[in-house]
Design a protein around this ligand. Structure first.
Ligand code: ADP
Ligand code: MG
Length: 155
């Protein structure tokens, strides 16, 4: 994966309400502009990495780069599930992510149960990978810990 690690920051916007929250895996969506700034040849699929909301702590995450149904699958969407329980939603806040590794391509599932268990496996795989020293060190990257105070968001 020649684009990795890939660092990116942007506002969390409303997604298309595909029910990720109902599956127990809310996904913070990036705006179309942020998605367009991604390398166009980055493969769709599931990735793992680190994420931070506003000035908050850095958490493990799993990320989906997929085809955006709103644009008849001609544009990509980028959605981050942070492996952490937040007290509140954070729409409008700045999400910073480091995409580190690839887990698997996009897939279609025969049932909701199969989808949910695949997501749970992705989360477990992300947790294991991110505990490796070479991946753990990116949690401390200056990208997340800017000198002289971190990112100020507009809320
Ligand atoms: P949408 O379709 O608007 O993206 P989701 O059901 O995917 O709705 O929920 C995403 C929203 O849930 C995020 O924008 C964020 O505000 C909130 N949220 C709460 N906890 C998390 C989490 N652990 N990871 C990602 N988003 C979360
Ligand atoms: Mg979402």
């Amino acid at each position: 994966m020649r684009h990795l690690p890939y660092f990116c920051r942007g506002e969390v916007v409303k997604g298309f309400g595909r029910g990720s929250r109902e599956l127990g895996v809310p996904t913070a969506n990036f705006s179309e502009q942020v998605v367009e700034s991604f390398p166009s040849d980055i493969p769709t699929g599931i990735y793992y990495g680190w994420a931070c909301v506003g000035n908050g702590d850095v958490h493990k995450m799993v990320l989906s780069i997929g085809w955006n149904p709103f644009y008849k699958n001609t544009k990509k969407s980028v959605e981050t599930h942070i492996i952490h329980t937040f007290k509140e939603d954070f729409y409008g806040e700045i999400l910073s992510i480091a995409i580190i590794g690839y887990i698997r391509p996009e897939k279609n599932f025969d049932s909701l149960e199969a989808l949910i268990s695949a997501i749970q496996e992705d989360i477990e795989e992300a947790k294991r990978q991110l505990d490796l020293p070479e991946h753990l060190k990116l949690k401390e990257d200056n990208f997340f810990h800017l000198p002289g105070g971190k990112i100020v968001n507009n809320h």
